[in-house]
Ligand binder design. Structure first.
Ligand SMILES: Nc1ncnc2c1ncn2[C@@H]1O[C@H](COP(=O)(O)OP(=O)(O)O)[C@@H](O)[C@H]1O
Ligand SMILES: [Mg+2]
Length: 361
């Protein structure tokens, strides 16, 4: 079992400073609407330079959490530190400079249609009172970064969804924020455009060292670019850890269900042929890390004689770590299937006997 579940942190004394290296530190945050606890005691840290993905079903409290973070929502209790400064309890005026440390991108882009691309990008700098020359120079630099150098004078209406989101990203970066917040920024885009936007975000993360907090209901988004994942359900963090480890060994039913679409499943054609009298067991073997690096099947065949064949599955690589699921047909001498299961379990695989089949399927 992986131990990636983190316990809630204790409340820090007021005025305390977050440890160096943490861009955001959230401590026991609560926000309720009437009887609905939208955020119900969330403690969370976003480390400098990382991409943290927060996933949850609709209504889990993701947007409320992010709105507390950028000061649009006042929490009922708890603390939020941005770059070591507590923002909870600040007046609207004192919040302004801290808000500028946070850039945000949105599902529906939120561009100003009457302004050119370059003016949209430069808007945060105008609000900061920067000179026109400075604004335009920065806009040009950012539009180059997001691959839209030729769209400077265009209006948003003439752009595709993916291009609009690139403008949104450029605008979010204009004031050189410490943190980029993304609330479902790819949910309105097709899969190919989603991939290109995610790869741009990863690129910016690596090139500029930008810290990103990404909120999504899609595991694929997290798998593609996040370093760490936190699963939010009913206003609480129910699971947290490196992406590969949560994918390899989800601890909660909610996480498993969110992973559902991208976890390998036994093809129905095989499941449809399960028979009580079958001699060949079909096993589901989940492996990751060390267990996925060793010659496990060869070792198995040497330890327990039998006829083994791979019927489905494969190994993926998440953050460079092998994570996968193998569906194995195992025809072993009577009574020795339990040895197979014990053998694999002892080597860090997770094994489930799904059923039996009578002949090759
Ligand atoms: N302004 C609001 N007034 C009343 N209820 C709200 C408000 N905002 C959010 N909620 C409720 O809080 C819960 C969490 O909502 P939200 O943060 O939008 O979730 P998510 O973004 O994960 O879908 C939901 O039950 C939602 O109906
Ligand atoms: Mg939301």
């Amino acid at each position: 079992m992986n131990q990636h579940f983190s316990s809630a942190g204790a409340t820090l004394p007021p005025g305390d400073v977050a440890p160096a290296g943490d861009v955001v530190r959230i401590v026991d945050l609560k926000r309720r609407f009437g009887r609905t606890p939208a955020v119900d005691g969330v403690s969370l840290t976003v480390r400098k330079g990382e991409i943290l993905g927060i996933i949850g079903r609709s209504g889990a409290g993701k947007s409320t959490l992010i709105r507390c973070l950028n000061g649009l929502e006042r929490p009922d209790a708890g603390q939020i530190f941005v770059e070591g400064r507590e923002i909870t309890g600040l007046s609207e005026r004192d919040l302004q400079p801290l808000r500028r440390r946070i850039g945000m991108i949105f599902q529906h882009f939120n561009l100003l249609s009457a302004k050119t691309v370059e003016d949209n990008v430069a808007l945060p700098l105008k609000i900061e009172g920067r000179s026109k020359a400075e604004r335009l120079a920065r806009a040009a630099e950012l539009l180059d970064l997001v691959g839209l150098a030729d769209k400077t004078k265009a209006y948003p209406a003439s752009l595709s969804g993916g291009q609009k989101q690139r403008v949104g990203i450029a605008r979010a970066l204009a004031a050189r924020p410490a943190l980029l917040l993304s609330d479902e920024a790819t949910s309105a885009l097709d899969p190919e455009t989603t991939r290109s936007i995610l790869s741009l975000l990863k690129d910016i993360n690596q090139k500029l060292g930008l810290t990103i907090l990404l909120i999504t209901h899609e595991m694929e988004v997290i798998r593609t670019i996040a370093d760490r994942i936190a699963v939010l359900d009913a206003g609480r963090i129910i699971e947290e850890g490196p992406v590969w480890s949560v994918f390899a060994d989800p601890q909660s039913e909610v996480t498993r269900s969110l992973l559902g679409g991208i976890r390998p499943q036994l093809p129905a054609a095989i499941a449809g042929r399960f028979a009580r009298s079958g001699r060949e067991a079909i096993l589901r073997i989940d492996i990751a890390g060390e267990a996925a690096r060793r010659p496990l099947l060869q070792e198995l065949a040497a330890a327990v004689p039998g006829r083994y064949r791979l019927v489905h599955g494969g190994i993926d690589h998440i953050q460079g770590e092998p994570v996968g699921t193998l569906f194995l047909g195992a025809a072993t001498p009577a009574g020795r299937l339990a040895e197979v299961v014990d053998f694999l379990n002892a080597r860090g695989a997770r094994v489930e006997v799904l059923g039996h089949v009578t002949d090759d399927v």
